[in-house]
Write a protein that binds this ligand. Structure first.
Ligand SMILES: [Ca+2]
Ligand SMILES: [Ca+2]
Length: 139
């Protein structure tokens, strides 16, 4: 390969200009570095300690709900004395594990009297709401 030495290169002088050094500081602003700290705070999410307390909510045995108030209104899952679409939503939320039901609500929800609350009860309550069936419980 040829090594061409060009001694008359006048461009090298541009590298040694000291004047341009006073401006390019805008690229080196260290202020923006002080923000990404928010990424380093995942500690609050990983605490498994919270599992030792909310047991009161998940234990149906110690549930301090008023319990059966005497009259079981089959289909009235949300205990508002009416059988409507809100009860279908309530039982479906319960079936999905998204909510809990009081003892009375569970009694009301078991509309086929098989001692279990499942999608069959949900379907019957829906049928009751749309008047495919006129009476609950289903026997
Ligand atoms: Ca209701
Ligand atoms: Ca049932």
């Amino acid at each position: 390969m040829d090594i061409v030495v060009t001694p008359d290169d006048p461009k090298q002088d541009t590298d040694s200009k000291p004047d341009t050094d006073s401006k390019p500081d805008t690229d080196s602003k260290p202020d923006t570095d002080s923000k990404p700290d928010t990424d380093s705070k995942p500690d609050t999410d990983s605490k498994p300690d919270t599992d030792s307390q909310p047991d009161a909510d998940s234990k149906p045995d110690t549930n301090p709900d008023p319990g059966p108030t005497g009259e079981t209104v089959y289909g009235d899952v949300n205990l508002d004395s009416a059988i409507d679409i809100m009860d279908v939503i309530a039982i479906n939320k319960y079936l999905l594990g998204a909510s809990t039901l009081t003892t009375q609500a569970q009694a009301n929800a078991d509309v086929d009297l098989n001692k279990q609350i499942d999608s069959t009860d949900s379907l019957y309550i829906l049928k009751r709401v749309v008047e495919i069936v006129t009476e609950l419980p289903i026997k």
